[in-house]
Ligand binder design. Structure first.
Ligand code: NAI
Length: 479
């Protein structure tokens, strides 16, 4: 029987865009996205969606209240649906066993318990959240332990590979859709039903099916390998700075090897986002639990290298500014963890801001899509400061790059927003304190042009020619 009603528990960065695209491509399926947060659902039903994704507004506008619904009535949506996506957050545990590494499955468990409580008919339950290997077993245990006569469940794993900032494009043209399920006839039938949903726009050859555990592990493996590439090139950026090699040239030369390819080879201030770190930590924890300490240590190094890169960049800013930023005004351009999203989870900008604030700097911050309230929330979080009032006094948030950089000593580029490449840097230079510094943490600017204007420029993975200023101030300013 083809699926006609889908429920998605969790209206976040994954649940919202994924279901919007399903609704767009399958007008005959009624898709209801539910969340326990009234505020989030109200935003999904408003003209200002809770997340920024290029193309998302358009898709939602086309299908909302036709076959796409956002609701807090979780019970009704579960009861009606034949297929239920669990798309809730799976953050790193902050306390108890596995603290700081294991994935916290409390939201997945609570979603499974709701399904067990409410369902009165057969359901296909699909893990869309990124989970540890064998999480489907725990979901099944909850559902089977609450068995009701006439109700049977199939659990599928269907991890999401979209990237924030390109979510709609990624969903419309997915490299692959991965579906894992039981090898039983019932399991295979459920896989087939989900395949049929995706087949409305994804070619069948790009829909791959595996056993459940392979599917669960593939998502962790994909994120670990993507992050590993970033940490690899970032580690080489340090070698470049020490030797005179240029990491962009190295990345290009290496990436032209068809066995390697050019993607995820861009050195930067470090990776961020809600997934890479948490998923690798989760993988490390799983390896430790499986008594595979060498494998755990291997993947842990990807995280350690990222921490090193963020610290190295922040230290470079301070060192270049004559080893003190106390009461200096520094503008941070970009606060999101990458361009084309307003998401700040694990953003390297938070790390840079914290280091500069700890050293007594005053920060002028501008990001095209991050709300002021979010920046304040991130920088006054207990993990960033014990003195939130003090931090509030030291940060100002601006609505454009020109006012954010005015009268500041230095600009630090933390996010690779396209609009930063188009800025009138002559105008910016004229309005800044001198000597005026730019620290390009994303390698997006034309450094020669900036140096000609008069800026002292520092970036990642390139040994810069010493400026006359740094010569005057001696070796401590060398990079
Ligand atoms: P999110 O935090 O944006 O959204 C999760 C939503 O689930 C929240 O709105 C929360 O209120 C809701 N929720 C939690 N428990 C609930 C419950 N019991 N009932 C109803 N609603 C509940 O998280 P995001 O970013 O969408 O991630 C979801 C999952 O997808 C995670 O496992 C993540 O690792 C994975 N993922 C995320 C990607 C990303 O780029 N953000 C990409 C691929 C996978």
């Amino acid at each position: 029987m083809p699926i006609t009603k889908i429920c998605c528990i969790g209206a976040g960065y994954v649940g919202g865009p994924t279901c919007s695209v399903i609704a767009l491509k399958c007008p005959h399926i009624r898709v209801t996205v539910v969340d326990k947060s009234y505020e989030r659902i109200a935003q999904w039903n408003s003209s200002k969606l809770p997340i920024y994704e290029p193309g998302l507004d358009d898709v939602v506008q086309q299908r909302r209240n036709k076959n796409l619904f956002f609701s807090t009535d979780i019970a009704q949506a579960i009861e009606e649906a034949e297929l239920i996506f669990i798309s809730v957050n799976t953050p790193t545990k902050t306390f108890g066993n596995g603290k700081g590494r294991a994935a916290d499955l409390k939201y997945v468990e609570s979603a499974a318990r709701m399904i067990a409580d409410i369902a009165t008919g057969d359901k296909i339950v699909v893990e869309k959240s990124t989970v540890p290997v064998r999480a489907a077993e725990s979901i099944m245990n909850i559902l089977r332990a609450n068995h009701k006569p006439g109700v049977s469940y199939q659990i599928l794993s269907n991890p999401e590979f979209l990237a924030e900032g390109t979510a709609i494009e990624d969903l419309l043209n997915a490299d692959r859709v991965l579906i894992g399920g039981e090898e039983s006839p019932e399991g295979q039938a459920a896989i087939e039903q989900l395949c049929q949903v995706y087949e409305h726009w994804i070619p069948r050859k790009n829909i791959i099916t595996t056993n459940t555990w392979s599917s669960e592990l593939s998502k962790l493996a994909a994120n670990a390998i993507l992050a590993q590439r970033i940490s690899s090139i970032n580690s080489l950026s340090a070698v470049c700075e020490a030797t005179g090699a240029d990491v962009s040239e190295v990345a290009r030369a290496v990436g032209l090897d068809s066995r390697i390819g050019p993607k995820f080879m861009q050195a930067s201030v470090g990776f961020g986002g809600s997934c890479f770190q948490k998923d690798i930590l989760n993988l490390v924890y799983i390896c430790e639990c499986l008594n595979l300490p060498e494998v755990a240590a291997y993947w842990q190094q990807v995280i350690d290298m990222n921490e090193y890169q963020k610290s190295r960049f922040s230290a470079k800013v301070i060192e270049s500014l004559f080893n003190t930023v106390t009461d200096k005004k520094i503008s941070l351009l970009g606060f999101a963890f990458k361009k084309n999203t307003g998401d700040t989870r694990e953003s390297p900008a938070i790390h840079v801001a914290k280091t500069l604030l700890d050293e007594g700097a005053k920060l002028h911050i501008y990001d095209p899509k991050v709300e002021e309230s979010q920046i304040l929330l991130d920088l006054t979080h207990p993990s960033v400061t014990a003195e939130p009032e003090h931090v509030r006094e030291r940060i100002s948030i601006y609505k454009d790059a020109y006012s954010a950089t005015k009268n500041t000593h230095a600009i630090v580029i933390c996010t690779e927003w396209d609009e930063f490449m188009e800025l009138d840097f002559k105008r910016i230079y004229a309005d800044m304190m001198k000597p005026a510094y730019i620290f390009d943490g994303r390698k997006i600017l034309d450094h020669d042009k900036l140096q000609k204007i008069g800026f002292i420029v520092q970036t990642i993975g390139k040994k810069l020619i010493r400026s006359s200023i740094s010569r005057v101030w001696g070796s401590q300013t060398q990079m």
